[in-house]
Design a protein around this ligand. Structure first.
Ligand SMILES: [Mn+2]
Length: 276
């Protein structure tokens, strides 16, 4: 969907239940959160919109996942009352959890699947025992876009998706293109292979212009940019940072906040993007 270009956009990477960091990042960007958890509109932020780039669930503690879903739902309804100011993009974690909790018949219940469900998709167990939260999640899932595009003028635009993907699929509304924008080739199934070899299109298709492709999904130690390709997943739940890209007119900048240690962080070995 095309975004109106008269708003400023705060585009936040993979939350994975890092609700405290999300609130802190929003505060830094001029969004005041009141005692009831509502983001208050004021002169500092009324021209700003929030975009979540997908994967707002899983990996975190149940307490934080609950707070995350509640906060997003509450403010999704609140901020979108008069005009649309809060957008969601679907990540592979939302998609997988949706398939589990709606009993997708194409998901086989093999021992491996059940193991994955516990290991990678811990929101499933939470939603299966909390029907109120499940309803909130399903309502949010229905509101997710696969891609969003901001086109300011012929020199400046930004296409937003959860995962990196070959350019020929970007903004295409076919099932194949959608799946490519939500998830790229599995890194866990290709351990030991450099990310730049796994997704060579990311650097091969990069151009020195201001038609950006901004994505998350790849869990990096910092914001990784090569020409017009930018990954803003800076691994908040792994104890690193939660980052955002900020688009205003024809400018692009970044901000981030460190992990706040309000829950246990995950551990992983980084596979660096644009490492050449
Ligand atoms: Mn992802």
């Amino acid at each position: 969907m095309l975004l109106p270009s008269n708003s400023e956009y705060i585009i936040v990477g993979d939350l994975h239940g890092c609700i405290d960091e999300f609130k802190m990042l929003l505060s830094k960007q001029g969004f005041f959160i009141n005692s009831k958890g509502y983001i208050e509109s004021n002169d500092h932020n009324k021209h700003k919109s929030i975009i979540l780039l997908g994967d707002f669930i899983d990996k975190a503690s149940e307490e934080k996942l609950t707070q995350t879903i509640e906060f997003i739902h509450q403010n999704f309804c609140h901020l979108n009352q008069d005009q649309k100011r809060f957008y969601l993009i679907r990540g592979n974690h939302e998609e997988m959890v949706y398939r589990y909790i709606t009993n997708d018949p194409t998901l086989e219940t093999t021992p491996k699947r059940l193991d994955q469900k516990e290991k990678y998709y811990n929101t499933v167990a939470l939603l299966e025992k909390n029907s109120r939260l499940k309803k909130l999640f399903l309502e949010l899932y229905d509101e997710c876009f696969i891609w969003l595009k901001y086109a300011y003028n012929e020199h400046f635009s930004a296409t937003l998706t959860h995962a990196p993907c070959p350019e020929k699929f970007l903004t295409q509304d076919t099932d194949e293109a959608s799946s490519k924008m939500v998830k790229c080739i599995s890194r866990s199934k290709h351990k030991g292979i450099k990310l730049d070899d796994l997704i060579p299109y990311a650097h091969q298709e990069a151009k020195d212009n201001q038609h950006y492709h901004i994505f998350g999904h790849l869990s990096q130690p910092d914001i990784r940019q090569y020409k017009n390709k930018i990954c803003i997943d800076t691994s908040a739940i792994y104890g690193d940072h939660l980052s955002c890209a900020i688009i205003a007119e024809e400018s692009l900048r970044f901000d981030s906040v460190p992990f706040q240690n309000k829950q246990e962080s995950g551990t992983q070995t980084y596979n660096l993007l644009f490492d050449f």
